[in-house]
Design a protein around this ligand. Structure first.
Ligand SMILES: Cc1cc2nc3c(=O)[nH]c(=O)nc-3n(C[C@H](O)[C@H](O)[C@H](O)COP(=O)(O)O)c2cc1C
Length: 179
């Protein structure tokens, strides 16, 4: 699919077809695309916890997501928890932050990678939903995520059962300044 079309057609999907599965190979392909994103000094600190078993998805939706996101992700064939290893991206070898953003750079890197993942899914005909509202403590316990990793988002992946319209965007003038 042409790049511009992929970027324009990606939408946050909140209704999935439970009868169409997502395979491990598809999730791997999406993560391979995420791994091609640039990172601070090539530090590659993004980590992905991929829940693909139906039983675990149900448990995670009911126990680690608020009810509205549990509903939004109903029928998704995979839930990907995204995290990054702290104190590396944006940090010197001495352990000092390179500048005022500190671990903000780890989140920046993860966001760049995750957009690749979302766009790859779109190209593959899969829908996604990034969820920032989630129970981090329960997710960490449930997936045994190590303490040195910051847990960021949960991304639902599945076959879209609705075609939502694009929420309005600001204008170019609202967001860009040319000097
Ligand atoms: C960091 C982040 C967190 C988000 N968290 C949620 C969420 O918890 N629940 C939800 O339904 N949508 C969530 N969204 C989806 C946004 O609402 C959505 O991206 C935005 O409205 C624009 O719509 P679009 O993705 O279809 O372009 C999140 C998106 C991002 C990037």
């Amino acid at each position: 699919m042409e790049f511009q079309k992929v970027v324009e057609s990606r939408r946050s999907i909140r209704k999935y077809d439970p009868n169409q599965k997502v395979t491990r190979a598809q999730v791997e392909e999406m993560i391979q695309a995420a791994m091609l994103a640039p990172t601070w000094k090539n530090s590659q600190t993004a980590r992905y916890y991929c829940v693909i078993s139906e039983e675990m998805i149900e448990k995670m939706r009911s126990e680690c997501l608020p009810s509205f996101n549990a509903k939004n992700s109903m029928g998704a064939g995979a839930l990907i928890v995204t995290a990054f290893v702290r104190d590396i991206s944006g940090y010197e070898r001495t352990g000092e932050p390179s500048n005022e953003l500190g671990n903000g750079w780890g989140i920046y890197d993860l966001g760049l990678a995750n957009e690749n993942l979302l766009l790859k899914a779109e190209e593959m005909g899969l829908g996604t939903l990034v969820m920032g509202i989630r129970d981090v403590k329960r997710l960490r316990e449930f997936l045994k995520i190590p303490k040195n990793e910051t847990l960021v988002s949960v991304i639902a992946v599945g076959h879209a059962a609705a075609a939502p319209k694009m929420p309005a965007r600001k204008t170019l003038e609202d967001v860009a300044v040319f000097l």
